[in-house]
Design a protein around this ligand. Structure first.
Ligand code: ADP
Ligand code: NI
Length: 219
């Protein structure tokens, strides 16, 4: 198989695994992340292996411990699948290293230095959490988890432990912007993603200002 045939197989595999997701990690998210990753690849001076980068983008949420009961088993399956379609063991490990380490909560736990291809996928994923799409995803997620829209009595959390992050009883959709989404623009690794994030950041700030004004009864 050539590289584009391999990526085709990866796309089909990801589609089949993500089809029924209700958490904002559906296949539409995956396709946007792949698009973002390929844009970043094209616009960065430093080279990264496009097949590894795009395969990792397609697969980055498959073994997420928020989504599957047994992430280790999912990773083993993934490794087997990657070798079956023609990646070497070393390439498979590179892809798994990326998919294993890019999520936000993990990047808070340890400051692991990702290879450049992984930094691209991380940026591509973070770009999809901000801007207009980011706003809709937060509302969608909050609705699915019975979160309140907003409560001025609940202050945004400063400490961002994984356990607190998962306790949604004290979470509001608006607080999620302050706790996570507004921080992402600064955390981008690549110059290309930093540039794209600037506009999306401003859009979220404008949205939050409008929200406050309407909440306070501006007519
Ligand atoms: P990832 O694993 O891709 O880093 P998450 O699983 O944390 O992302 O989140 C998936 C989507 O749901 C993102 O767009 C994120 O902003 C949103 N989201 C996550 N947690 C919350 C929350 N407590 N309230 C509102 N939206 C959330
Ligand atoms: Ni993702």
């Amino acid at each position: 198989m050539n590289n584009s045939q391999i990526l085709n197989q990866v796309r089909l595999f990801a589609q089949q695994k993500m089809q029924s997701d209700q958490t904002g990690h559906g296949f539409d998210h995956i396709l946007r992340v792949v698009k973002n990753a390929s844009y970043i690849l094209e616009h960065e001076n430093q080279p990264a292996d496009p097949t590894i980068t795009l395969a990792a983008a397609y697969l980055h949420d498959i073994a997420d411990d928020k989504l599957v009961a047994d992430p280790q088993q999912s990773e083993q399956q993934l490794q087997q699948f990657l070798t079956k379609i023609g990646f070497s063991a070393e390439q498979g490990e590179q892809i798994l290293l990326i998919t294993h380490n890019i999520s936000f909560s993990k990047s808070l736990e340890k400051s692991l230095s990702l290879p450049f291809s992984g930094q691209i996928v991380q940026d591509a994923d973070r770009l999809d959490a901000i801007g207009a799409i980011g706003i809709v995803r937060a509302v969608y997620y909050g609705g699915a988890h019975q979160e309140t829209i907003y409560d001025p009595m609940i202050a945004p959390r400063r400490e961002f432990s994984k356990a607190a992050y998962r306790d949604l009883t004290q979470e509001t959709i608006i607080n999620h912007f302050h706790e996570k989404l507004l921080k992402l623009a600064k955390m981008m690794n690549t110059a290309t993603a930093k540039r794209l994030a600037r506009h999306r950041q401003q859009f979220m700030l404008d949205f939050l200002a409008e929200f406050q004004a309407e909440w306070q009864g501006r007519k």
